[in-house]
Ligand binder design. Structure first.
Ligand code: ADE
Length: 231
């Protein structure tokens, strides 16, 4: 899979793509992530990519030309399955969308900025508008990072233990069961016991542990996210 991220802040996005699971997935050859500086496609003397909106509205608008030049260049090199624009008025990003996008061959994520982009870009080039939640961010870079992370981590082989991607919260509309590590008993720094690991997890009884895990998932989902059970 290949993900091309177009942004005016590559220095914000690039380091994120080089660390942890995203970095390792690229080294393993499972995914290529390319970050493009939109300013490199500006024909303006000062590398500007935005201008005032017609109509006297407030704020600045990202112009058609640099985006057109950048995306046209990429499209001349390969076919893209999806050209995504990050926007608070887009379709809500969720696990099923991450799963679907992780099956694509090549996608572009264009990070929105300023007041917005010239509407003609959205009409002519964008195939999908995506929001990561009902709040307004300063720019689409964090949204692109969130989406890239969620998409790449479920590519088979991206995380060591494939089973653990499948048992994530939301993969089956259930929150994940609690997990514990050593020590079996922990006494906090204030001297009070934090309790012990549930006995069943120490039993070695695989079937019973699975049963416990499901019961815990159901209980936590009912209590914390009952809306998921209706899906
Ligand atoms: N840009 C600004 N806010 C956003 C959001 N909530 N999701 C995606 N892109 C955005």
């Amino acid at each position: 899979m290949r993900i091309d991220i177009i942004t005016v802040l590559p220095e914000l996005v690039l380091p994120f793509t080089q660390e942890s699971i995203l970095g390792r997935a690229q080294k393993k050859g499972l995914v290529e992530i390319h970050v493009h500086n939109l300013r490199d496609y500006s024909t303006n003397r000062w590398r500007r990519v935005d201008d005032y909106p017609f109509g006297g509205f407030a704020g600045m608008v990202m112009q058609c030309e640099p985006i057109d030049r950048c995306i046209s260049q990429l499209k001349s090199e390969r076919h893209y399955d999806e050209i995504i624009f990050t926007s608070p008025d887009g379709e809500q990003f969720d696990q099923p969308m991450a799963n679907e996008l992780s099956l694509k061959e090549n996608i572009i994520i264009l990070c929105g900025h300023y007041k917005g982009i010239d509407y003609r870009v959205r009409e002519q080039l964008i195939t999908k508008e995506v929001s990561i939640g009902d709040y307004v961010l300063t720019g689409g870079e964090l949204a692109a990072a969130v989406m890239t992370d969620a998409i790449v981590r479920i590519i088979p082989g991206a995380i060591g233990d494939e089973q653990s991607a499948l048992s994530d919260s939301f993969q089956d509309n259930l929150l994940a069961a609690p997990v514990y590590s050593r020590p079996k008993e922990y006494v906090g720094v204030n001297g009070e016991s934090w309790g012990s690991v549930p006995e069943i997890l120490l039993s070695g009884h695989e079937a019973k542990i699975k049963e416990w895990e499901l019961a815990q998932s159901m209980e936590r989902t009912k209590r914390l996210r009952p809306d998921l059970l209706k899906k």
